[in-house]
Ligand binder design. Sequence first.
Ligand code: ATP
Length: 370
Amino acid sequence: FAPWNDPQEKPLIRFQNVTKRFGTFTAIDNLTLDIYRREFFALLGPSGCGKTTMMRMLAGFETPTEGTILIDGVDVGPIPPNKRAVNMMFQSYALFPHLTVEDNIAFGLRRDKTDRSSIADRVSEMLRLTRLEKFAKRKPHQISGGQRQRVALARSLAKAPKLLLLDEPLGALDRKLREQTQFELMDIQEKTGTTFVIVTHDQEEAMTVASRVAVMDHGKVIQVDTPAGIYETPNSVYVADFIGDVNIIRGKAHPADGGLIRIHYAEGAEPILATPTQPVAAGQDVAFAIRPEKIVVAWEPDHSRANHARGKIIDIAYLGNISTYHLELPSGQKVSAQMTNARRLARRDFTWDDEVWLSWSDTAGVVLQD
Ligand code: ATP
């Protein structure tokens, strides 16, 4: 499933050079983005980057100052919110406290004067989809937070929108329930085939649920890719730094054999051998981004890998499944490395002030223009 790679596929949503200003403040800056049918698409970025504004423009609560939004090829500019095949689910769920679960789900259908038997059919279908059959006659205060979240979802899918917008949908749930609900959301999205666009602060959540993620900054989309693409091949220091943990080492690049480069980052330190994805000019400033789990920490250098550096352990965080090591290189540069603890007992573990070796391969990191 990768409609974004299929030239035959028409996007469901197209932002075409969309700018949104509030007075003199530019919230969305000449943004162009396609989202496809059946995608679970995540908008990710720091507070104030414009995620909610994009959702509100899709729903029709805001209009672009410039540019066009197309849904299914139609310019939705003149179409009011209630006439769009778009629904929005809010973090607060906004359930009616005096209505039962089934009446909450039926609410939109009744308002549309759908006939009684189709309403009943649709409501039972939605109850089944969200596993709420047993709670149909209860009121919102008689069910759990996770169940309320599912009622809100059932209600927003009852009218079979083409597009469902989810604004921090799991924000009110605790971590365990949140993780479980992420899988339920994915399952329901897949079963209904509805296009979901989710806004979340939580990068792990975006990575878990989404087919693709747009990483935003100051009203611009910096990178759109699959979760793995964003994580493995970030296009900028901003994206590398925003998603997960990363070490950034800045230096000057020089061509080496076999299309590789050497990055000189400190006086007297062995340069880093790396594989660039784009041509790099001799002497060019680059930023080398490497994830902690790509660095092996050991008593001896690992000669199957191209890069080695001495390091002193300054801190260890034991996290159960993994440990994170904070290390200092002879150059004074600080890096972190991460290793699983599965086989920890089989070897002597490291402790503070231990002098160790760091090893990583020439393909372990990403060379970025800075
Ligand atoms: P958060 O994650 O905190 O919800 P966000 O990425 O969703 O942030 P938006 O709510 O889209 O951000 O807001 C983007 C920017 O536009 C913010 O700086 C916000 O203050 C500004 N903004 C949003 N709505 C208005 C408005 N009606 N009038 C003036 N400024 C606004």
